[in-house]
Design a protein around this ligand. Structure first.
Ligand code: EPU
Length: 428
């Protein structure tokens, strides 16, 4: 087991290249199940979630070959192998095996998904969609059993705007008989990316990226080649890091429109950002001003950037209020930031940040992926060394984070934990 050490106070300079989008990748890999020949996905991020999903595809009989950032997936020999336990529980996105396996085999058994604990994360809307398409869904001993004699297109209104449910229903519906309409669909760029892959495979999908998606079922889907979109959350995280501790940082391989709510808030704080076609240049400006943020469904401020942004706010002058309307309990990073001298209190579903305060290095624990990113942002600004455990969460979603930050001039490195440290961590 390893920990991450950050010696704060060093200015960041230079260029960082953003990897492929994690939240696309975790849907694109399961989507390959629906094809009857080889699917090639290019530009995948080097993260443990992609490795886990690759292994899961092999568990059900697929052949998966990794060549650099490209995965060659041959789904032709896959079967409806039940996946009630094991790797499937490591990440939440394994729920996409439900939609994809249901779509191809009309049956699936998938252990209830794990992933970051951000408060309750129900999947009732996914189930509602599968049932509307004709599947019988039961929950037995922690696994979801799905079975259908036939899948038939349906009109499905999502009661909650959900990325996962929108994608999962698309996966189940592309080979269903007739027309499916998903109303109140989520509009994230990752949904468009999945729809693009499915369309290249032969699916008929209209409206991805809007709140009404129309799917005309087809009988057959074939292999294809697809290049993944850049990770807007990784790009946003580095933009925040540049605002926190950068002198002049170029964020490369980014779609600036995907980051509009973040860029608007950073500019409101006084950060200077120049936008190119696929690049952002973040300059060191004067003192930062406090701002309030409220996370919303896309295209609102993304909940996944709330935690790293909160760390930045400790540097701003004044009081900032952070409200997460998507995951009201996504505040596990706050106690850790407090250990580093941040002045933040959580009151009625909002975090109130008072700044500026000089952060101090401390021993902290990443409780989830974006909490980890938040602690790195804080560590870059802090005086002294910050020691971050819970690295397995960070490695699930940030490709080569220590290397990328070292290249920008940060002092950041991994160390093996001693037996004593591991025991202490497990007893916390
Ligand atoms: N919800 C329901 N019922 C459902 C599904 C969702 O009530 O059936 C609620 C959730 O509890 C939440 C809201 O709807 O309050 C939105 O959830 P959504 O389904 O959109 O989230 P998700 O698909 O499980 C994805 C990302 C998350 C990101 C959210 C919101 C993936 C694999 N995960 O999760 O990413 O926070 O959308 O944008 O795409 C991360 O990258 O760190 C991460 C957690």
């Amino acid at each position: 087991m390893q920990k991450l050490l950050v010696e704060g106070g060093h200015l960041l300079n230079g260029k960082v290249r953003i990897s492929g989008a994690k939240n696309s990748a975790v849907a694109l890999l399961p989507a390959s199940i629906l094809a009857d020949s080889k699917v090639i996905i290019e530009g995948l991020p080097d993260i443990s979630d992609v490795d886990t999903l690759g292994h899961l595809l092999e568990e059900i009989g697929g052949t998966v070959e990794k060549r650099g950032q490209t995965l060659h997936i041959d789904p032709s020999q896959m079967t409806a192998m039940p996946l009630p336990n094991g790797r499937v529980k490591k990440l939440r996105a394994s729920y996409y095996f439900m939609g994809a396996m249901l779509g191809r085999f009309k049956e699936a058994v998938i252990g209830l998904p794990g992933g970051c604990y951000l408060g309750p994360r129900p999947i009732d809307q996914h189930i509602k969609g599968f049932e509307a398409l004709g599947a019988k869904v039961t929950n037995e001993q922690g696994a979801i059993y799905l079975r259908a004699d036939e899948l038939t297109g349906a009109r499905i209104y999502l009661d909650v705007v959900s990325v996962g449910a929108t994608i999962n229903i698309m996966l189940a519906a592309v080979k269903a008989k007739g027309k499916t309409i998903i109303e109140n669909a989520a509009r994230e760029p990752e949904i468009i990316d999945v729809a693009t892959l499915l369309t290249s495979m032969g699916a008929k999908i209209k409206g991805a990226g809007t709140d009404v998606i129309r799917i005309e079922g087809v009988q057959e889907l074939t292999g294809c080649m697809h290049t993944i979109i850049p990770d807007r959350i990784e790009a946003g995280t580095y933009t925040i890091m540049a605002a926190a501790q950068g002198e002049k940082v170029l964020i490369d391989n980014v779609i600036p429109q995907h980051l509009e709510p973040l860029l608007a808030k950073l500019r409101e704080m006084g950060v200077q950002i120049e936008e190119g076609e696929e690049q952002l240049l973040v300059h060191r400006g004067g003192p930062l001003k406090s701002v309030d943020i409220k996370t919303l469904v896309h295209p609102g401020f993304p909940t996944d950037l709330q935690q790293p942004f909160t760390a930045l706010l400790t540097k701003a002058t004044g009081t900032s209020v952070v409200t997460d309307t998507i995951y009201q309990a996504r505040f596990k990073h706050i106690d850790e930031l407090r250990r580093m001298n941040a002045q933040i209190k959580v009151e009625g579903g909002s975090a109130i940040v008072t700044g500026p305060v000089p952060l101090e290095g401390a021993k902290v624990k990443a409780s989830d992926l974006r909490a980890g990113a938040s602690l790195i942002v804080a560590g870059l600004m802090a005086k002294g060394i910050t020691e971050i455990t819970g690295l397995e969460h960070i490695d699930r979603g940030y490709s080569q984070i220590a290397e990328k930050l070292s290249n920008l001039g940060a002092h950041i490195w991994r160390e093996d934990m001693t037996e004593k440290e591991i025991t202490q961590l497990q007893n916390l």
